[in-house]
Design a protein around this ligand. Structure first.
Ligand code: HEC
Length: 494
């Protein structure tokens, strides 16, 4: 289980529904593999075999652990025998291949995966046919980790009707404010934000969607997501057709943040695999890729002038990249502050940019939203020993004391205001200028993962763990719509 699941894992103890939701996810995930196997009779190693081995075996036979002296996360190592000295794969001969024989053993101590459920028949069959067909490697580099070479996955359809609600991780209002895109299970659902009616479903997307952003003409959505610990993907998806315009690429872990630049010319994304990458909007060849973070990249935003790509991370830093080259302009260390009022060391979970102030807003654990200028952040920084002192004295960072007791996961900023929500289940609006709380939005109680404001600034929406979406009018704070973002599932007791 990837550490990514932390906030959700914590909930498992309080909520039985997550157990159901997880079971549901597992059932459908198995269906994914069956669909893939049925669709094409020819087996491809990277498409059909490697994902199964990485998911079910690499925990004990991977980069960190090599039980039995055997690793299979890199192709050349997969082909090498382990401690037994038995050939792991003999091309053309499944019966002589230790890797295959181990899948069929009866004794759960010897059968692989050890002390776990056996692979499905379809998975075993795919591995058998791959070895029988000559054990061909269809990747780029047999000596590089397989996870970085996986092709885009074919995603299954979402269920016609959801058996249980799924958590909402991302949301975005269309530029005209008439549609609200919401992350679903293997899909993006699009709703009328004023009456809560489902407008359309954009299906065959990654299992989890963690980031959504509309193009300025409202004709497409940038969709970032994947499967935690396994796979990430960024795509530009046409709306209403659901056709994929560009699949920018795959990541070795789930994409947690993505954004389109204000001028619409570039896109950028960050993944739980510590990577940040950017593309010209119409090209699938990345302009650059950067691995300067040492933990999940949790959020990505462009500065208003398009000069910077700003990435937030659980490593307690926010990095400012040159948007054109990816070069590191500076590291914002304000969330590791040891001096002044809001001291502590905090993971950063969300980042935004307010154009009226020309400032980055960043937040996560801790008691304050930090507001700062990416250029000044460089002057505050340095390698000298007095960095902390200079940082404190320069005082360019401004703070909004949000008043939440727990971690903040969702943030949006525009027009001089910011909206945030998190594990308290509270949603609040703040003025970037006065740094004061302007309004509280009542109606959600469970963990809030995402908060969005319409561009006109008339509507605010929030959602999270429970799968329920609440939309408020900003003029009077009233609830305009409230719906469960699970097509076909009626909220209990209503
Ligand atoms: C929970 C840990 C665990 C998982 C998961 C696991 N294995 Fe193993 N595996 C072991 C251990 C321990 C050994 C060494 C003891 C033995 O040989 O049975 C081993 C040995 C092996 C060997 C023999 C290596 C040699 O030559 O000595 C192969 C091949 C193998 N595993 C393949 C797999 C495959 C394929 C999967 C996934 C389908 C898998 N394992 C999943 C723990 C695991």
């Amino acid at each position: 289980m990837p550490t990514w699941a932390n906030p959700v894992m914590k909930l498992m103890t309080r909520h039985s529904t997550i157990v159901l939701a997880t079971a549901f996810v597992l059932v459908l995930a198995v269906a994914d593999v069956v669909v893939a196997a049925k669709k094409s009779p020819k087996v491809g190693f990277l498409r059909d075999v490697a994902p199964v081995l990485l998911r079910r075996c690499s925990g004990c036979h991977g980069g960190r652990v090599s039980r039995g002296g055997y690793r299979l996360h890199v192709f050349s190592e997969l082909m090498r025998a382990g401690e037994s000295g038995e050939a792991s794969v003999v091309a053309g001969k499944p019966g002589a291949s230790e890797l295959f024989r181990r899948l069929l053993e009866k004794d759960p101590e010897i059968r692989m995966p050890r002390q776990d459920d056996a692979l499905s028949e379809a998975e075993i069959d795919a591995i058998r046919r791959w070895i029988a067909g000559g054990a061909v490697f269809d990747g780029k580099d047999p000596d590089k980790p397989l996870r970085s070479q996986l092709p885009p996955r074919q995603h299954p359809m979402s269920p016609a009707a959801y058996p249980v609600p799924v958590p909402v991780f991302a949301m975005a209002f269309s530029p005209d404010g008439r549609q609200l895109a919401v992350s679903g299970y293997h899909e993006v659902t699009v709703w009328n934000p004023t009456d809560g009616r489902l407008i359309r479903r954009l299906g065959r997307r990654p299992q989890r969607i963690h980031s959504l952003d509309w193009t300025d003409d409202g004709g497409a959505l940038l969709v970032g997501g994947g499967t935690p610990g396994e796979y990430g993907e960024l795509a530009l998806v046409d709306s209403p057709s659901g056709r994929v315009r560009h699949l920018y690429g795959t990541f070795d872990d789930v994409v947690l943040g993505a954004a389109i630049s204000k001028d619409g010319k570039r896109v950028a994304a960050g993944s739980a695999g510590h990577e940040t990458r950017a593309w010209p909007v119409d090209e699938i060849k990345p302009a650059w890729s950067s691995r300067v973070h040492s933990d999940w990249v949790t959020g990505v935003v462009f500065s208003g002038d398009g000069r910077f790509v700003v990435s937030a991370s659980r490593d307690q830093t926010v990095k400012v990249h040159d948007a054109a080259t990816g070069g590191l302009f500076t590291t914002y260390n304000g969330h590791r502050k040891q001096l002044g009022k809001f001291t502590g060391r905090f993971a950063v979970f969300a980042v935004g940019f307010d154009e009226t102030a020309g400032r980055v807003l960043s937040v996560g654990a801790g008691k304050a939203i930090r507001i700062w200028d990416p250029v000044l952040a460089k002057s505050e920084n340095g390698t000298a020993a007095d960095m902390e002192g200079r940082f404190f004295k320069a005082g360019h960072t401004r703070f909004i004391a949000h008043g939440f007791g727990k971690t903040t996961f969702g943030l949006d900023a525009r027009g001089g205001y910011a909206w945030a929500g998190g594990a308290d289940g509270l949603v609040r609006e703040f003025s970037v200028k006065s740094l004061k709380t302007v309004r509280s939005y009542e109606g959600l109680t469970d963990w809030v993962y995402t908060v969005a404001a319409s561009r006109k600034g008339d509507l605010v929406a929030a959602a999270g763990y429970s799968g329920e979406v609440v939309v408020w009018s900003r003029t009077d704070g009233r609830v305009v719509a409230r719906f469960l973002s699970a097509p076909g599932l009626k909220p209990a007791g209503r």
